[in-house]
Design a protein around this ligand. Structure first.
Ligand SMILES: C[S@@+](CC[C@H](N)C(=O)[O-])C[C@H]1O[C@@H](n2cnc3c(N)ncnc32)[C@H](O)[C@@H]1O
Length: 234
């Protein structure tokens, strides 16, 4: 698919490739938030990084409507010119979405969760193709998906940092993802993501709810900072 289906509220409009290119030229890099849901994390990130173009993408357009309408408003009324919401599935990303410098996938469910667990390699390959070499990635897994396990986890046991680094890391590597970090997120880290899950997930010392995975795409250091939260990019 060429062009982006941009959600601006109730409406969905086609954003031609040339307009996307013009928009991109005004920013230092692109951050893609896949499975953005209600878009709170994308809004939070766009506010934190006014010099980045943030793209929140989801297969379901309904949950993003509210954030999309506000983002598309006049900046004087709280609009965010550096934030786009796009209606697309991770399996079929718009062809125009290339050279992404940082990828976030927070609390995936459904086919997106299957993809990030490597149960279905197509999503890993598609997301890798949208990113620039050296792009940083941040994936956060909601461990409640294993308590009890939802069908999408496909027989994968509840992930631990060690399993992620050893087993999942090997699967990721086959698709060009270099997984370099895996840790349980504490309450402050979950809160800092700014997603609407923050209130629902209360990581504690006794029971961890979120596993954070970080790394880079392809050859580390060739483009971008390679670190989610970094301020450089391609
Ligand atoms: C639990 S919500 C998380 C939303 C948001 N990232 C957050 O942390 O608040 C998971 C989202 O993934 C989206 N999703 C699931 N499969 C997808 C796919 N294949 N492509 C794009 N989005 C997908 C769902 O529509 C849903 O909005």
């Amino acid at each position: 698919m060429s062009g982006l289906r941009r959600v601006t509220g109730r409406q969905v409009v086609e954003l031609p490739d040339a307009e996307l290119a013009t928009l991109r030229a005004g920013y230092r890099a692109v951050l893609l938030d896949v499975g953005t849901g209600d878009g709170k994390h994308a809004v939070h990130t766009a506010r934190q990084r006014p010099d980045w173009l943030v793209v929140g993408l989801d297969a379901n357009r309904d949950n993003m409507r509210r954030a999309a309408r506000r983002a598309a408003a006049n900046p004087a009324r709280g609009g965010l010119p550096n934030l786009l919401f796009v209606w697309a599935a991770a399996e079929q990303l718009p062809a125009a979405l290339t050279g992404v410098a940082e990828l976030h996938v927070l609390m995936p469910w459904g086919s997106l969760l299957r993809g990030l667990l490597g149960v279905d390699g197509q999503i890993l390959a598609t997301l890798r193709a949208a990113c620039a070499p050296g792009a940083g990635f941040l994936v956060t897994l909601n461990l409640h998906a294993w308590r009890p396990p939802v069908p999408e986890v496909g027989g994968v046991a509840e992930p631990t940092p060690q399993w992620a680094l050893d087993d999942l890391g090997a699967t990721y590597a086959r698709h060009g993802w270099q997984l370099t970090g895996a840790h349980y997120a504490d309450a402050a880290q979950v809160e800092a993501l700014g997603t609407s899950w923050s209130r629902r997930l209360r990581a504690s010392r006794d029971r961890f709810d979120v596993l954070a995975l970080t790394g880079t795409m392809g050859d580390a250091g060739s483009r971008g900072s390679g670190q989610p939260g970094g301020r450089e990019g391609g």
